[in-house]
Design a protein around this ligand. Sequence first.
Ligand SMILES: C[S@@+](CC[C@H](N)C(=O)[O-])C[C@H]1O[C@@H](n2cnc3c(N)ncnc32)[C@H](O)[C@@H]1O
Length: 156
Amino acid sequence: MDIQPQYKPKLVGDNSQMPFRGRGIRCGRLRPAPHPHQAETNQKDFTVRFGLVQKSSKETGYSFSHTYPAFVREAYRVLRPEGVLLCKIADYIHNHRYQWAHVDLIQAAVAAGFQPCDCIVKVRKGPIIDPKWIVAHHSRRQHCYWLVFRKSDKCE
Ligand SMILES: C[S@@+](CC[C@H](N)C(=O)[O-])C[C@H]1O[C@@H](n2cnc3c(N)ncnc32)[C@H](O)[C@@H]1O
């Protein structure tokens, strides 16, 4: 499922309002854009390449953490009991601060009722670098996570 029809997904739709009846799906996967803070810019590179779609404002901290609760609530609703949710997520630096996107996602998922079961580190060939970053004050992000959740009170 993708919100943008031009990618020709099997289903066009918003993942915060999924057109599925509840408890039917065994395994779901979320693969959002890896660098949400890029949405504050008009850089087509990130907006188009990573499918940001929406922009994030100052009010939402230039992040997409505020979208996680609606998504994980829907994922919980459509998954069958013991169903698995896989989410690819990257942390990033913004406003001279480390932005804990994966922690925000775990907290939202736990609040929705999911059991957090695993965290797989995926290493990239190289860090993503924005040309406007002249001096690096933090280590370059060269990895992201696959978070594994289960709609259950146990992981196995
Ligand atoms: C990194 S791409 C992943 C593309 C593809 N689904 C995959 O997993 O290979 C992120 C995709 O998320 C889609 N997207 C962004 N917001 C969405 C939303 N609210 N609901 C569904 N899809 C969304 C974008 O259109 C973009 O194609």
